[in-house]
Design a protein around this ligand. Structure first.
Ligand code: SF4
Length: 710
């Protein structure tokens, strides 16, 4: 039963890229959410997963930051408070403010912002803008992302601005921009209902895009053949016509073999190839050495099954491709995505219902944050900073001379902090000390910064390194737009007041602009959206008023009469013809050997979200999934003396964690899986910092480890 003083606020789920529309029932007296209900949104039709339905109480958790904090003179050395060279010092659970707060003191907004202005502005004025960098957030709105990158570019004077897309789909976007000239999806998730075949690879939608997975299951029940390819059996495989378990890091060989069959058996769409692609001869030539028989041993799948999968895909009238981080998070992630693009193009599977390319976006606004320019080499809408015309347009809009030099990526900013090139940082809503690869390296980098300001809703592991901590707002406390994996732009509406002295994030960004001599003034957040939309072609015509309660897909050339485009590039691609780029199988970043015989794969679980700052403070989600684990095949467990539920040490060349073992045969022999959410058993203590040369994305899906019982 709902309190009579409750009201209902329509918004969007703050977690994954599916972008489920929901309504929050709010206790207006208690300033808290009582209940979440699914709304009839374009992406969810009233459905919600466990996170959307029960994961909202973090917003009113006692750990919320409510006042600005500044580091005390005699504080514990940065980064040594909760971690040392042996890993985390404290027991499990999210950061307990009681252990950290004594090293900070409360400050007024006036003092905190003054310090930020002096800290960041001083470094800029002494060492130049390129000594500064900013990590924005895919958890924030489009308006916040737009303002953040504007502040860094025009106010700091550098393009050193990035966010977690670098850890997510940067390689997919690199391949898509190269191949078709656009990084967004071509067809929405729900289009799977019109596909004859859907290839679902390198993703685990049942846990990571749960409501999308329900539509995939529905499609399978109605005749769509699912071809599921993975290194660890995802639950969606239970509904598949074929499940193909490939060995880690062999995606290029596998997809080249599929194309080998399709080309050599005449299953290509030659009219499409002739009209809409270029460079197909390079693909034909490249795949000849990748026959199913030639790659079967490497890939770990019989040649007959590779051939059958290729024939099913090649013979379909309409085939669709979905992929996730199992494709992108490799040092050859761009090559993996190039193969998928080529597979779609040689079979003519784009531009029609039930076809297309769909890299499943992770965060609720990773698509929008990238669209808004929160990436170092591009202004909003993927206009290159190195393009003089684009530079001139944004200089006119923002009133400052801008740098034509592409900035540093997330991992390059970490390297810059280590070597002293980056001296100051502004981190909004990201937690690199848990989310980035090789956290021992990240710890050293953050510890070396001369000045760090962190803006967040909780005292994150990263905030422990800060000189100033600014209390921002939770998703339910603000109004702003987010863009889901389908390119659907939706308005999230404010349901709660921020606690204590916490402020709206977009206003804090503007406040910092004032303090560093770059004022950004807007009457309200919808005016920020209007400026952003005016600077892009993709969002042209959209506004908060036009988006209303249901939102629109972009592009939306006629917002008065349509919901936008669920399918794009029906006639041509932004670059004209699709460029087909051949890829060659390459060795992993770190091969297994006698000392480190197992491949580590990292990822997520249904109940938690990334570094756990929100979901580990949601009572229901924490109760269901309170601790980390390493999943190991029973045969490997027997070989290494590991018991189900027993404690083990997992060790890589970069560090060691202690964690509980789960024996499961869904993980392949020779591999282990560890979720990324749990700081006390932090998977990124182990991961390798090497990156893909094009997307600069780290290889979270592959490094060598060993497992020892304790
Ligand atoms: Fe939220 Fe994603 Fe679950 Fe939908 S599927 S309720 S957007 S976490």
């Amino acid at each position: 039963a709902v309190d009579v003083k409750a009201r209902v606020v329509d918004s969007v789920c703050p977690y994954c890229g599916v972008g489920c529309a929901l309504s929050w029932v709010v206790d207006t007296q208690g300033n808290r959410i009582l209940e979440a209900r699914g709304r009839d949104g374009a992406a969810n039709e009233g459905r919600l997963c466990v996170k959307g339905r029960y994961g909202f109480d973090y917003a009113t958790h006692a750990h919320r930051l409510t006042k600005p904090l500044v580091r005390r003179e005699n504080a514990y050395p940065k980064g040594a408070l909760s971690w040392d060279d042996n890993g985390p010092r404290r027991p499990g659970g999210p950061v307990d403010p009681e252990t950290v707060l004594p090293h900070f003191r409360e400050a007024s907004w006036e003092e905190a912002l003054e310090r930020v202005g002096q800290g960041l502005g001083g470094i800029r004025d002494t060492h130049g803008g390129d000594a500064l960098a900013g990590f924005g957030s895919a958890k924030g709105s489009n308006e916040e992302a737009y303002l953040f990158q504007k502040l860094v570019r025009a106010g700091f004077g550098t393009n050193n601005v990035d966010h977690c897309t670098r850890l997510c789909h940067a390689s997919s976007v690199a391949a898509l921009l190269e191949g078709i000239g656009s990084g967004g999806v071509t067809n929405i998730v729900r289009d799977i209902e019109r596909a004859d075949v859907a290839l679902i690879t390198g993703c685990n939608p049942t846990e990571n895009h749960p409501v999308a997975a329900t539509f995939m299951k529905d499609a399978a029940a109605n005749g769509t053949e699912l071809l599921v390819v993975n290194t660890r059996r995802p639950r969606i495989a239970d509904y598949a016509a074929m499940y193909l378990e490939i060995r880690p890091g062999t995606d290029v060989a596998f997809y080249n073999a599929m194309m080998h069959v399709i080309i050599n058996e005449g299953l290509t769409d030659d009219a499409f190839i002739a009209a809409r692609t270029e460079n197909v001869e390079a693909i034909r030539e490249n795949v000849q050495e990748y026959s199913p028989e030639a790659v079967a041993g490497l890939v770990g799948v019989d040649a007959e099954r590779i051939t059958e999968a290729a024939r099913r895909f090649g013979r379909a009238n309409a085939a669709m491709l979905f992929w996730g981080m199992g494709i992108s998070q490799h040092t050859h992630g761009t090559d993996n995505a190039r193969c998928l693009i080529a597979l779609a193009m040689i079979t003519g599977n784009t531009g029609r219902p039930g076809t297309g390319l769909h890299p499943l976006r992770g965060q609720n606004n990773v698509q929008g944050a990238s669209d808004a320019g929160l990436i170092p080499m591009m202004y909003p809408d993927y206009q290159k900073v190195s393009d003089p015309d684009a530079q001139a347009r944004f200089e006119a809009l923002w009133g400052r001379t801008l740098s034509p030099e592409p900035g540093r990526t997330v991992t390059e900013i970490t390297d810059g902090a280590l070597d002293g090139a980056i001296r100051g940082m502004y981190i909004l809503g990201e937690n690199p000390f848990v989310s980035d690869p090789d956290v021992a390296k990240v710890r050293k980098a953050l510890g070396k910064l001369e000045f760090l300001v962190v803006q967040d809703i909780f005292l994150t592991e990263t905030a422990e390194f800060a000189d100033v901590i600014l209390p921002g707002s939770a998703f339910a406390e603000k109004t702003g737009t987010v863009t889901n994996t389908d390119r659907r732009v939706q308005v999230g509406r404010q349901a709660l007041q921020p606690p204590g002295e916490a402020r709206q994030d977009w206003q804090i960004i503007c406040d910092i602009g004032e303090r560093i001599g770059y004022p950004m003034r807007y009457p309200d957040v919808s005016a920020v959206f209007d400026e952003f939309a005016s600077a892009t072609g993709s969002y042209a015509g959209l506004s908060h008023a036009v988006l209303g309660d249901r939102g629109r897909w972009y592009p939306c050339p006629d917002p008065e009469h349509s919901e936008g485009e669920p399918i794009v590039f029906k006639e041509t691609f932004p670059r004209g013809r699709a460029l087909l780029v051949p890829a060659r199988q390459s060795p992993p970043v770190e091969a297994t050997d006698a000392a480190y015989p197992l491949v580590l794969n990292t990822g997520r679980v249904l109940e938690h979200w990334h570094t756990g700052t929100m979901t580990r403070r949601s009572a229901a989600l924490h109760d269901i999934s309170p601790e980390g684990f390493v999943e190991i095949h029973p045969d490997d467990a027997a070989a290494y003396g590991v018991a189900d539920g027993g404690w083990v040490e997992v060790t890589s060349r970069r560090g060691q964690i202690r964690i509980r073992a789960r024996l499961r045969d869904r993980v392949a022999r020779g591999s282990v899986f560890i979720p990324m959410h749990f700081r006390e058993a932090c998977a990124n203590v182990l991961t390798h910092p090497a990156v893909d040369p094009f997307g600069k994305i780290p290889a979270f899906k592959y490094c060598a480890v060993r497992v020892d019982p304790v």
